[in-house]
Design a protein around this ligand. Structure first.
Ligand code: NDP
Ligand code: X2W
Length: 340
């Protein structure tokens, strides 16, 4: 059994890692840290895990984690993973999968976007497995930067057209559930503000834009004509992204569909919607559902992607990456449907 440590296990992504690992045939959580909840049973905070998880929250003790764990998931806020990552990697064989943004971007871009000095720059592998199959080949990599939730849905929506070099401009318009903001209450998540409402925010300069540009331009070198606007909607989970893509040539819906089917052939977690993808069909699962239509009047394609922000957008993708770097089947512990 692969032994897992989760740093930040009292939060949403920490809970989701524990929930998914409870059913993983080859991995088990052995350490769950949380400072405020230290000493409390995990299942007293995450009551959905009663009967499934017998761990007690501990203060983070990285020397102990290094001794007891093969894989460490960092499920902590941006700017705090970097405090622990060098210590965990030093004199140990542990591999780290960091769910925060600390290792997703080049250091200078990170410092500009997140407005903080990086305390411990280290090379990491940024891994959306469907788009970066090279992760499969590097079983020696020890630090995986797990992608952001919006960039996961956005990159999956644009990747086949980008890889074909067909992008002229892309506007990602995303609707997200409230858990994307973590478990600290805010005005946006306050029920009377959000119920029966949609709240757009960070209209042109969300921090995930840099990650989207990084990933799309990796597929289509030199392409940076990307815009992104997020909206919070009154659901707890899910991100539906509408990508308005201007292409360099006119395409039919059949052309685009074929291109996407070919690109995602053999990628089990990307599936195609019969008409349009819905959040309900992917909720709780690691699937990304995609739908598309070419605009017959001009060089424009609308591509939709639906993911669960806590699963494919965070903890599920982190376990998918763990499976890959541990040489397990990519789908292990993750092969189950959405809740509808
Ligand atoms: N929510 C989402 O949809 C997604 C989140 N992410 C990223 O995953 C990370 C975790 O997010 P989420 O679970 O939502 O966050 P939460 O705010 O829900 O939880 C954060 C966790 O980290 C712990 N923590 C906070 N500060 C520290 C610290 N300095 N050292 C050790 N532990 C700390 C908290 O407990 P305590 O303070 O008591 O120790 C808590 O357990 C973030 O970087 C987030 O951006 C990525 C993709 C999607
Ligand atoms: C609703 C809401 O506030 N969502 C968050 C999503 C960010 C997130 O989850 O962070 P990472 O994916 O970068 O780790 C936001 O827009 O900042």
């Amino acid at each position: 059994m692969i032994k897992i440590g989760i740093v930040g296990a009292s939060g949403y992504t920490g809970e989701e890692l524990l929930r998914l690992l409870a059913n993983h045939p080859s991995a088990e959580a052995v350490v769950a840290t949380a400072r405020a909840a230290a000493g409390k049973k995990v299942s007293s905070i995450h009551e959905n895990l009663k009967g499934l998880c017998d761990l007690t929250f501990e203060e983070p003790d990285y020397e102990k984690i290094k001794k007891e764990c093969d894989i460490v998931f960092m499920a902590v806020p941006h700017g705090t993973a970097m405090d622990a990552v060098p210590e965990i990697l030093k004199d140990s064989k542990c591999k780290i999968i960091d769910l925060s943004a600390d290792y997703r971007l080049k250091t200078d871009v990170f410092e500009e976007v997140y407005g903080m000095k990086h305390k411990a720059p280290i090379d990491a592998v940024y891994a959306i497995p469907e788009v970066h199959p090279e992760v499969n080949k590097n079983l020696k990599d020890r630090l995986i930067a797990n992608p952001g939730c919006f960039p996961t849905g956005a990159t999956l929506a644009a990747a086949p057209l980008a890889a074909a070099g067909l992008l002229k401009s892309v506007i990602f318009d995303s609707k997200t559930g409230v858990t994307g903001a973590g478990n600290t209450p805010s005005a946006t998540s306050h029920y009377p503000n959000l119920a029966e409402n949609i709240i757009p925010y960070k209209l042109t300069a969300h921090r995930h834009l840099a990650e989207m540009v990084q990933e799309v331009s990796r597929l289509q070198p030199g392409f940076e004509n990307v815009s992104f606007t997020p909206h919070v909607i009154p659901v707890s989970r899910g991100i539906l992204t509408t990508a308005h893509i201007e292409t360099t040539e006119k395409l039919t819906t059949a052309d685009v569909k074929k291109m996407y089917e070919d690109y995602y052939d053999g990628k089990p977690f990307v599936q195609f919607a019969e008409s349009v993808p819905s959040l309900a069909n992917v909720r709780g699962s690691n699937f990304c559902h995609i739908g598309m239509e070419a605009d017959a009047r001009n060089n424009r394609v609308v591509v939709l992607s639906a993911i669960d922000n806590l699963v494919k957008g965070a903890s599920g993708q982190a376990i998918q990456n763990m499976n890959i770097i541990c040489g397990l089947k990519e789908t292990e512990g993750l092969w189950f449907p959405g809740l509808i």
